[in-house]
Design a protein. Sequence first.
Length: 187
Amino acid sequence: MVRNSFIFQKTPSWLCVRAGVHVNIPADVASWVFESNSLTARLRGYYQDQFAVKILFHQWRPAFLDETRQLHQTPRKYYLVREVLLHSGETPLILARTILPEKTIKIARRNLSHLGTRPLGEVIFSYPGLERLQLEVSRVSDGYWNPQITAEIRENGTVWGRRTVYAIHQQPLLVSEFFLQGALQIS
């Protein structure tokens, strides 16, 4: 079996956020879910030089079936899957999973495939005409995480996340971000 995630043992369920759909999102989570600017900029504004990115997974792999549907892409095709932990020192802040189709990487002049420890937000929010096409939310419980990540993030119970489809020059990418207690403590 091809492993397509370090953070998940199974894909979470997502709910589209749009008019007429009621989702009870706690206030501390809502401020992150509905943040329209870069989460990286928000974290850097608070932590400044103490903010860092740890790469957990960066490989060409098939995406989860629901991710390919969101991107209107072909299932079983390989995508660049990038999973990172945004943290400040020993404090885990946000887990992020990005699905990058090859065509999106090409249109972005390969800047997205060679990020290293640079946060994705620093790069995509610099593109003129970046579009946010769709937003979904999820509540992820312990049974969804791979056991290796559970010790890393030190979370008990449910973790809220958002999943956003962005487009750069009409080419999509999918970014899922999960808000850990360290981030939720920031106002």
